[in-house]
Ligand binder design. Structure first.
Ligand code: BG6
Length: 460
Protein backbone atom coordinates (compact mmCIF):
# COMPACT_ATOMS: atom_id res chain seq x y z
CA UNK A 1 0.00 0.00 0.00
CA UNK A 2 1.23 3.47 -0.84
CA UNK A 3 0.97 4.93 2.62
CA UNK A 4 2.50 1.99 4.42
CA UNK A 5 5.44 2.42 6.80
CA UNK A 6 8.31 -0.08 6.95
CA UNK A 7 7.57 -3.38 8.66
CA UNK A 8 8.08 -3.28 12.43
CA UNK A 9 7.87 0.52 12.52
CA UNK A 10 7.77 1.80 16.09
CA UNK A 11 4.61 3.61 17.12
CA UNK A 12 4.16 5.13 20.52
CA UNK A 13 4.77 8.18 22.63
CA UNK A 14 7.49 9.81 24.65
CA UNK A 15 7.41 11.17 28.13
CA UNK A 16 9.78 11.66 31.04
CA UNK A 17 10.02 10.69 34.69
CA UNK A 18 9.90 14.23 36.08
CA UNK A 19 6.93 15.19 33.90
CA UNK A 20 4.83 12.12 34.56
CA UNK A 21 5.70 10.17 37.69
CA UNK A 22 4.75 12.43 40.59
CA UNK A 23 5.63 10.99 44.02
CA UNK A 24 8.35 13.63 43.98
CA UNK A 25 9.20 13.42 47.66
CA UNK A 26 8.27 9.93 48.77
CA UNK A 27 9.72 6.42 48.72
CA UNK A 28 13.25 7.71 48.98
CA UNK A 29 13.40 10.12 46.06
CA UNK A 30 15.43 13.26 46.74
CA UNK A 31 15.04 16.72 45.28
CA UNK A 32 15.93 17.56 41.71
CA UNK A 33 16.78 21.05 40.48
CA UNK A 34 13.12 21.47 39.59
CA UNK A 35 11.87 20.56 43.08
CA UNK A 36 14.34 23.01 44.53
CA UNK A 37 13.52 25.79 42.10
CA UNK A 38 9.82 25.49 42.77
CA UNK A 39 10.40 25.62 46.52
CA UNK A 40 12.43 28.79 46.20
CA UNK A 41 10.77 30.60 43.27
CA UNK A 42 7.22 29.27 42.74
CA UNK A 43 6.21 32.40 40.82
CA UNK A 44 8.39 31.36 37.95
CA UNK A 45 6.09 28.40 37.35
CA UNK A 46 2.88 28.92 35.35
CA UNK A 47 -0.07 29.11 37.76
CA UNK A 48 2.36 28.05 40.46
CA UNK A 49 1.97 24.38 39.63
CA UNK A 50 5.10 22.61 40.77
CA UNK A 51 6.80 19.34 39.90
CA UNK A 52 4.94 17.55 42.67
CA UNK A 53 1.62 18.02 40.87
CA UNK A 54 2.20 15.83 37.87
CA UNK A 55 0.05 13.06 36.47
CA UNK A 56 0.87 10.43 39.10
CA UNK A 57 2.10 7.70 36.81
CA UNK A 58 3.91 6.37 39.89
CA UNK A 59 0.56 5.34 41.31
CA UNK A 60 -1.43 4.77 38.12
CA UNK A 61 1.04 3.09 35.80
CA UNK A 62 -0.94 -0.15 35.58
CA UNK A 63 -3.99 1.61 34.18
CA UNK A 64 -1.83 3.89 32.02
CA UNK A 65 0.03 0.99 30.45
CA UNK A 66 -3.31 -0.62 29.67
CA UNK A 67 -4.29 2.59 27.88
CA UNK A 68 -1.06 2.53 25.86
CA UNK A 69 -2.06 -0.88 24.60
CA UNK A 70 -5.51 0.43 23.70
CA UNK A 71 -3.85 3.20 21.71
CA UNK A 72 -1.94 0.64 19.65
CA UNK A 73 1.50 1.52 21.03
CA UNK A 74 4.24 -1.01 20.35
CA UNK A 75 6.84 1.14 22.13
CA UNK A 76 7.09 3.88 24.73
CA UNK A 77 9.89 6.10 25.91
CA UNK A 78 10.26 7.49 29.36
CA UNK A 79 13.14 8.21 31.72
CA UNK A 80 14.41 6.85 34.99
CA UNK A 81 14.78 9.39 37.77
CA UNK A 82 18.39 9.54 38.92
CA UNK A 83 17.18 11.17 42.15
CA UNK A 84 14.87 8.21 42.77
CA UNK A 85 17.19 5.35 41.81
CA UNK A 86 20.29 6.68 43.58
CA UNK A 87 19.12 9.24 46.13
CA UNK A 88 22.61 9.98 47.45
CA UNK A 89 24.30 9.16 44.17
CA UNK A 90 25.85 6.00 45.63
CA UNK A 91 23.28 3.64 47.14
CA UNK A 92 20.45 2.00 45.31
CA UNK A 93 16.89 2.71 46.43
CA UNK A 94 15.13 -0.65 46.39
CA UNK A 95 11.71 0.99 46.13
CA UNK A 96 12.79 2.61 42.89
CA UNK A 97 14.04 -0.72 41.59
CA UNK A 98 10.71 -2.38 42.40
CA UNK A 99 8.76 0.42 40.71
CA UNK A 100 10.79 0.55 37.51
CA UNK A 101 11.05 -3.22 37.20
CA UNK A 102 7.29 -3.52 37.44
CA UNK A 103 6.75 -0.72 34.89
CA UNK A 104 9.15 -2.28 32.38
CA UNK A 105 7.76 -5.78 32.92
CA UNK A 106 4.19 -4.65 32.39
CA UNK A 107 5.09 -2.65 29.32
CA UNK A 108 6.61 -5.76 27.79
CA UNK A 109 3.69 -7.96 28.83
CA UNK A 110 1.44 -5.55 26.97
CA UNK A 111 3.54 -5.59 23.81
CA UNK A 112 5.01 -2.14 24.42
CA UNK A 113 8.79 -2.02 24.03
CA UNK A 114 10.36 0.22 26.70
CA UNK A 115 12.92 2.73 25.40
CA UNK A 116 14.56 4.03 28.53
CA UNK A 117 16.31 7.32 28.89
CA UNK A 118 18.65 8.18 31.75
CA UNK A 119 18.46 11.94 31.86
CA UNK A 120 15.64 14.30 31.06
CA UNK A 121 16.65 17.68 32.53
CA UNK A 122 16.34 16.37 36.12
CA UNK A 123 19.68 16.82 37.84
CA UNK A 124 19.58 15.71 41.49
CA UNK A 125 19.87 18.90 43.50
CA UNK A 126 22.84 17.73 45.59
CA UNK A 127 24.90 17.37 42.41
CA UNK A 128 23.74 20.76 41.21
CA UNK A 129 24.99 22.25 44.48
CA UNK A 130 28.41 20.81 43.71
CA UNK A 131 28.51 22.49 40.31
CA UNK A 132 26.32 20.16 38.25
CA UNK A 133 27.53 19.85 34.65
CA UNK A 134 30.30 22.35 35.30
CA UNK A 135 32.09 20.03 37.70
CA UNK A 136 34.05 17.31 35.92
CA UNK A 137 33.21 14.80 38.67
CA UNK A 138 29.67 14.63 37.30
CA UNK A 139 30.91 12.54 34.38
CA UNK A 140 31.84 9.68 36.68
CA UNK A 141 28.73 10.12 38.83
CA UNK A 142 26.64 9.82 35.70
CA UNK A 143 28.57 6.78 34.46
CA UNK A 144 27.96 5.10 37.82
CA UNK A 145 24.25 5.89 37.57
CA UNK A 146 24.18 4.51 34.03
CA UNK A 147 25.92 1.31 35.13
CA UNK A 148 23.47 0.90 37.98
CA UNK A 149 20.53 1.25 35.61
CA UNK A 150 22.04 -1.25 33.14
CA UNK A 151 22.75 -3.72 35.96
CA UNK A 152 19.31 -3.53 37.53
CA UNK A 153 17.16 -3.28 34.41
CA UNK A 154 19.31 -4.61 31.59
CA UNK A 155 17.35 -7.87 31.47
CA UNK A 156 14.14 -5.94 30.74
CA UNK A 157 15.31 -3.02 28.63
CA UNK A 158 17.10 -3.37 25.33
CA UNK A 159 16.96 0.18 24.03
CA UNK A 160 18.76 2.71 26.16
CA UNK A 161 19.13 6.43 25.73
CA UNK A 162 21.71 8.46 27.64
CA UNK A 163 20.21 11.93 27.29
CA UNK A 164 17.13 13.64 26.00
CA UNK A 165 18.01 16.97 24.36
CA UNK A 166 21.32 17.50 26.17
CA UNK A 167 21.65 20.96 24.67
CA UNK A 168 18.48 22.24 26.31
CA UNK A 169 19.75 22.51 29.91
CA UNK A 170 22.84 24.23 28.47
CA UNK A 171 20.99 26.67 26.25
CA UNK A 172 18.22 27.35 28.76
CA UNK A 173 20.39 27.31 31.88
CA UNK A 174 23.60 29.02 30.73
CA UNK A 175 22.36 31.33 27.97
CA UNK A 176 18.88 31.95 29.37
CA UNK A 177 16.93 31.84 32.61
CA UNK A 178 14.63 28.90 31.91
CA UNK A 179 16.64 26.17 33.66
CA UNK A 180 18.99 26.40 36.63
CA UNK A 181 21.57 27.85 37.11
CA UNK A 182 19.83 30.53 34.97
CA UNK A 183 22.92 32.54 34.03
CA UNK A 184 24.14 34.01 30.77
CA UNK A 185 27.73 32.94 30.28
CA UNK A 186 28.98 31.39 27.06
CA UNK A 187 32.19 30.10 28.67
CA UNK A 188 30.33 28.24 31.39
CA UNK A 189 27.88 27.00 28.75
CA UNK A 190 30.69 25.42 26.74
CA UNK A 191 32.30 23.73 29.73
CA UNK A 192 28.97 22.37 30.96
CA UNK A 193 28.07 21.21 27.44
CA UNK A 194 31.41 19.46 27.05
CA UNK A 195 30.99 17.62 30.35
CA UNK A 196 27.47 16.60 29.32
CA UNK A 197 28.86 15.14 26.12
CA UNK A 198 31.55 13.29 28.06
CA UNK A 199 28.99 11.93 30.51
CA UNK A 200 27.18 10.53 27.49
CA UNK A 201 30.42 9.02 26.13
CA UNK A 202 31.25 7.38 29.47
CA UNK A 203 27.75 5.94 29.71
CA UNK A 204 28.12 4.42 26.24
CA UNK A 205 31.54 3.06 27.28
CA UNK A 206 30.08 1.42 30.37
CA UNK A 207 27.28 -0.07 28.29
CA UNK A 208 29.68 -1.58 25.77
CA UNK A 209 32.18 -2.78 28.38
CA UNK A 210 29.40 -4.39 30.39
CA UNK A 211 28.39 -6.23 27.26
CA UNK A 212 24.81 -5.25 27.84
CA UNK A 213 22.40 -6.63 25.33
CA UNK A 214 20.57 -4.22 23.09
CA UNK A 215 21.45 -0.79 21.81
CA UNK A 216 22.35 2.59 23.17
CA UNK A 217 21.65 5.97 21.63
CA UNK A 218 20.98 9.62 22.30
CA UNK A 219 17.96 11.81 21.64
CA UNK A 220 18.65 15.23 20.13
CA UNK A 221 16.34 18.10 19.33
CA UNK A 222 17.35 18.96 15.79
CA UNK A 223 16.29 22.32 14.46
CA UNK A 224 17.12 22.55 10.76
CA UNK A 225 18.51 26.03 10.12
CA UNK A 226 17.19 28.02 7.19
CA UNK A 227 18.77 31.27 6.00
CA UNK A 228 16.61 34.32 5.29
CA UNK A 229 17.98 34.52 1.76
CA UNK A 230 20.59 33.26 -0.68
CA UNK A 231 22.85 36.08 0.41
CA UNK A 232 26.19 34.59 1.56
CA UNK A 233 26.01 36.38 4.90
CA UNK A 234 22.61 34.79 5.61
CA UNK A 235 23.92 31.41 4.47
CA UNK A 236 26.89 31.78 6.77
CA UNK A 237 24.52 32.56 9.64
CA UNK A 238 22.56 29.34 8.97
CA UNK A 239 25.81 27.39 9.00
CA UNK A 240 26.69 28.79 12.43
CA UNK A 241 23.24 28.13 13.85
CA UNK A 242 23.54 24.56 12.63
CA UNK A 243 27.02 24.10 14.08
CA UNK A 244 26.10 25.53 17.46
CA UNK A 245 22.64 24.08 17.96
CA UNK A 246 22.65 20.80 16.00
CA UNK A 247 26.13 19.65 15.15
CA UNK A 248 27.57 20.46 18.61
CA UNK A 249 26.03 17.23 19.93
CA UNK A 250 25.14 15.41 16.71
CA UNK A 251 28.66 15.19 15.28
CA UNK A 252 30.39 13.88 18.41
CA UNK A 253 27.53 11.46 19.15
CA UNK A 254 27.48 9.92 15.67
CA UNK A 255 30.94 10.60 14.24
CA UNK A 256 32.89 10.90 17.48
CA UNK A 257 34.35 14.30 16.58
CA UNK A 258 33.41 17.94 16.98
CA UNK A 259 32.92 20.05 13.86
CA UNK A 260 36.02 22.11 13.04
CA UNK A 261 33.84 25.26 13.07
CA UNK A 262 33.12 24.68 16.75
CA UNK A 263 36.84 24.72 17.47
CA UNK A 264 37.04 27.94 15.48
CA UNK A 265 34.21 29.43 17.57
CA UNK A 266 36.03 28.55 20.78
CA UNK A 267 39.17 30.27 19.52
CA UNK A 268 37.29 33.32 18.27
CA UNK A 269 35.55 33.75 21.60
CA UNK A 270 38.60 32.86 23.68
CA UNK A 271 36.83 30.08 25.50
CA UNK A 272 39.25 28.06 27.53
CA UNK A 273 37.89 24.55 27.60
CA UNK A 274 39.23 22.19 30.25
CA UNK A 275 39.72 18.66 29.02
CA UNK A 276 41.90 15.61 29.48
CA UNK A 277 43.90 14.02 26.73
CA UNK A 278 41.93 10.80 26.52
CA UNK A 279 38.56 12.60 26.22
CA UNK A 280 38.67 12.90 22.46
CA UNK A 281 39.89 9.34 21.88
CA UNK A 282 37.00 7.99 23.96
CA UNK A 283 34.57 10.21 22.11
CA UNK A 284 35.81 8.78 18.84
CA UNK A 285 35.53 5.21 20.12
CA UNK A 286 32.11 5.31 21.80
CA UNK A 287 29.61 6.53 19.27
CA UNK A 288 25.91 5.71 19.33
CA UNK A 289 24.04 2.76 17.83
CA UNK A 290 20.99 4.85 17.01
CA UNK A 291 19.65 8.35 17.13
CA UNK A 292 16.35 9.71 18.41
CA UNK A 293 15.27 13.03 16.93
CA UNK A 294 12.84 15.43 18.56
CA UNK A 295 11.40 17.76 15.99
CA UNK A 296 9.05 20.63 16.73
CA UNK A 297 10.27 23.66 14.82
CA UNK A 298 12.92 24.94 12.42
CA UNK A 299 15.35 27.77 13.12
CA UNK A 300 15.27 30.70 10.72
CA UNK A 301 18.20 33.05 10.77
CA UNK A 302 19.73 36.06 9.12
CA UNK A 303 23.25 37.43 9.03
CA UNK A 304 24.81 38.12 12.39
CA UNK A 305 26.02 41.48 13.57
CA UNK A 306 29.78 41.11 13.91
CA UNK A 307 30.00 44.30 15.93
CA UNK A 308 27.47 43.16 18.53
CA UNK A 309 28.80 43.29 22.04
CA UNK A 310 25.43 42.46 23.59
CA UNK A 311 25.17 38.77 22.94
CA UNK A 312 27.95 36.53 21.63
CA UNK A 313 25.64 34.47 19.45
CA UNK A 314 24.30 37.59 17.71
CA UNK A 315 27.69 38.00 16.09
CA UNK A 316 27.11 34.73 14.26
CA UNK A 317 23.40 34.75 13.50
CA UNK A 318 20.26 36.63 14.36
CA UNK A 319 16.86 34.91 14.59
CA UNK A 320 14.59 35.78 11.72
CA UNK A 321 10.80 35.74 11.69
CA UNK A 322 9.74 34.39 8.30
CA UNK A 323 6.62 36.37 7.30
CA UNK A 324 5.02 33.30 5.72
CA UNK A 325 5.56 31.05 8.72
CA UNK A 326 2.65 28.92 9.88
CA UNK A 327 2.66 29.34 13.63
CA UNK A 328 1.41 27.44 16.62
CA UNK A 329 0.29 30.58 18.43
CA UNK A 330 0.03 28.84 21.82
CA UNK A 331 3.66 27.85 22.00
CA UNK A 332 4.94 30.50 19.59
CA UNK A 333 6.70 27.85 17.52
CA UNK A 334 6.69 27.66 13.75
CA UNK A 335 5.13 24.56 12.21
CA UNK A 336 7.22 23.48 9.25
CA UNK A 337 6.49 19.89 8.33
CA UNK A 338 9.11 19.66 5.61
CA UNK A 339 11.77 20.13 8.29
CA UNK A 340 11.32 16.47 9.16
CA UNK A 341 12.12 15.46 5.60
CA UNK A 342 15.18 17.71 5.59
CA UNK A 343 16.36 16.02 8.79
CA UNK A 344 15.81 12.59 7.23
CA UNK A 345 17.89 13.49 4.21
CA UNK A 346 20.61 15.14 6.29
CA UNK A 347 20.98 11.99 8.40
CA UNK A 348 21.05 9.86 5.25
CA UNK A 349 23.67 12.00 3.54
CA UNK A 350 25.86 13.26 6.35
CA UNK A 351 25.46 10.86 9.26
CA UNK A 352 26.15 7.47 7.66
CA UNK A 353 22.40 6.89 7.34
CA UNK A 354 22.43 5.76 10.97
CA UNK A 355 19.20 4.08 12.19
CA UNK A 356 17.04 6.79 13.73
CA UNK A 357 13.51 7.40 14.88
CA UNK A 358 11.34 10.42 15.54
CA UNK A 359 11.50 10.49 19.31
CA UNK A 360 9.18 13.49 19.80
CA UNK A 361 6.84 15.41 17.56
CA UNK A 362 3.64 17.05 18.66
CA UNK A 363 1.61 20.19 19.17
CA UNK A 364 0.89 21.96 22.45
CA UNK A 365 -2.46 23.74 22.52
CA UNK A 366 -3.86 26.05 25.16
CA UNK A 367 -7.54 25.94 26.19
CA UNK A 368 -8.34 22.51 24.79
CA UNK A 369 -11.45 22.35 26.96
CA UNK A 370 -13.20 24.49 24.32
CA UNK A 371 -12.95 21.51 21.96
CA UNK A 372 -14.62 19.02 24.30
CA UNK A 373 -17.79 17.63 22.68
CA UNK A 374 -21.01 16.52 24.38
CA UNK A 375 -19.55 13.07 25.03
CA UNK A 376 -16.56 14.56 26.81
CA UNK A 377 -14.01 13.94 24.05
CA UNK A 378 -11.55 16.63 22.93
CA UNK A 379 -12.01 17.02 19.18
CA UNK A 380 -8.38 17.70 18.42
CA UNK A 381 -8.46 17.54 14.62
CA UNK A 382 -5.58 20.03 14.56
CA UNK A 383 -3.38 17.41 16.29
CA UNK A 384 -4.36 14.75 13.74
CA UNK A 385 -3.56 17.19 10.95
CA UNK A 386 -0.23 18.10 12.54
CA UNK A 387 0.88 14.48 12.80
CA UNK A 388 -0.45 13.54 9.35
CA UNK A 389 1.41 16.37 7.65
CA UNK A 390 4.67 15.53 9.40
CA UNK A 391 4.29 11.83 8.71
CA UNK A 392 3.77 12.48 4.99
CA UNK A 393 7.12 14.26 4.81
CA UNK A 394 8.70 11.53 6.89
CA UNK A 395 7.41 8.92 4.44
CA UNK A 396 8.99 10.81 1.60
CA UNK A 397 12.33 10.78 3.45
CA UNK A 398 12.01 7.04 4.08
CA UNK A 399 11.05 6.40 0.47
CA UNK A 400 14.26 8.18 -0.52
CA UNK A 401 16.31 5.87 1.64
CA UNK A 402 16.52 7.48 5.09
CA UNK A 403 16.82 4.81 7.76
CA UNK A 404 13.97 5.89 10.02
CA UNK A 405 12.30 3.14 12.05
CA UNK A 406 9.70 4.81 14.23
CA UNK A 407 7.58 7.74 15.31
CA UNK A 408 6.75 8.80 18.86
CA UNK A 409 4.33 11.56 19.56
CA UNK A 410 4.84 14.00 22.39
CA UNK A 411 2.93 12.93 24.34
CA UNK A 412 0.74 10.20 25.77
CA UNK A 413 -1.21 11.90 28.58
CA UNK A 414 -1.13 15.72 28.90
CA UNK A 415 1.82 16.33 31.12
CA UNK A 416 3.49 18.88 33.32
CA UNK A 417 6.13 20.91 31.58
CA UNK A 418 9.03 22.76 33.13
CA UNK A 419 7.99 26.42 33.42
CA UNK A 420 4.82 26.11 31.31
CA UNK A 421 3.16 23.39 33.41
CA UNK A 422 -0.25 22.50 31.90
CA UNK A 423 -0.65 25.63 29.80
CA UNK A 424 -0.18 23.81 26.51
CA UNK A 425 -1.67 20.34 26.24
CA UNK A 426 0.17 17.82 24.08
CA UNK A 427 -1.44 14.48 24.96
CA UNK A 428 -3.43 11.96 22.98
CA UNK A 429 -5.18 11.56 26.33
CA UNK A 430 -6.57 14.50 28.31
CA UNK A 431 -5.72 14.87 31.96
CA UNK A 432 -8.40 16.36 34.21
CA UNK A 433 -6.37 18.34 36.70
CA UNK A 434 -9.06 18.25 39.39
CA UNK A 435 -9.70 14.52 39.40
CA UNK A 436 -6.54 13.24 37.67
CA UNK A 437 -8.84 11.22 35.42
CA UNK A 438 -7.67 10.39 31.92
CA UNK A 439 -9.93 10.80 28.85
CA UNK A 440 -8.91 9.77 25.37
CA UNK A 441 -9.02 12.54 22.79
CA UNK A 442 -10.11 12.07 19.18
CA UNK A 443 -6.44 11.81 18.19
CA UNK A 444 -6.13 8.70 20.37
CA UNK A 445 -8.50 6.72 18.11
CA UNK A 446 -6.72 8.11 15.05
CA UNK A 447 -3.38 7.04 16.48
CA UNK A 448 -4.72 3.54 17.09
CA UNK A 449 -5.72 3.27 13.42
CA UNK A 450 -2.33 4.58 12.36
CA UNK A 451 -0.36 2.19 14.56
CA UNK A 452 -2.44 -0.89 13.92
CA UNK A 453 -2.59 -0.33 10.16
CA UNK A 454 1.05 0.80 9.99
CA UNK A 455 -0.23 3.25 7.46
CA UNK A 456 -1.69 6.75 7.43
CA UNK A 457 -5.46 6.47 7.81
CA UNK A 458 -7.04 7.46 4.46
CA UNK A 459 -9.86 9.55 5.79
CA UNK A 460 -10.63 10.91 9.19
C1 BG6 B 1 10.86 18.70 24.47
C2 BG6 B 1 11.13 18.05 25.79
O1 BG6 B 1 11.77 19.72 24.33
O2 BG6 B 1 9.66 19.35 24.25
C3 BG6 B 1 9.91 17.85 26.66
O3 BG6 B 1 11.85 16.85 25.67
C4 BG6 B 1 8.96 19.02 26.51
O4 BG6 B 1 10.33 17.65 27.98
C5 BG6 B 1 8.52 19.09 25.07
O5 BG6 B 1 7.88 18.97 27.39
C6 BG6 B 1 7.50 20.16 24.73
O6 BG6 B 1 7.96 21.42 25.09
P1 BG6 B 1 7.21 22.31 26.16
O7 BG6 B 1 8.24 23.25 26.65
O8 BG6 B 1 6.10 23.00 25.43
O9 BG6 B 1 6.70 21.40 27.22
Amino acid sequence: MMNEFPKGFLWGAASSGPQLEGAADIDGKVKTVWDHWFETEPDKFYQQIGPRDVSNFYFRYKEDIQTMKELGFNSYRTSISWARLLPDGKHVNEKAVTFYRDVFTRLKENGVKPIINLFHFDMPYHFHEKGGWENRDIIHEFAFYAKTAFDYFGDLVEEWVTFNEPIVPIEMGFLNDKHLPAVVDIKRAFQAGFHTMLAHVYAVKVFKENQNKGKIGIILNLTPSYPRSENPADQEAAKWADVLFNRSFLDPAVHGTYPSELKQFIENEQIELHYEDEDFALMKQYTVDFLGVNYYQPRRVQAGDKASNQDVLQKYFIPYQWPEAKMNPHRGWEIYEKGLYDIAINIRNNYSNIPWYVAENGIGVEGEEQFIDSLGEVQDDYRIEFMTDHLRWLQKGIAEGSNCYGYHVWTFIDNWSWLNEYKNRYGLVRLDLETMERHKKKSASWFYELAKGNTLPEKW
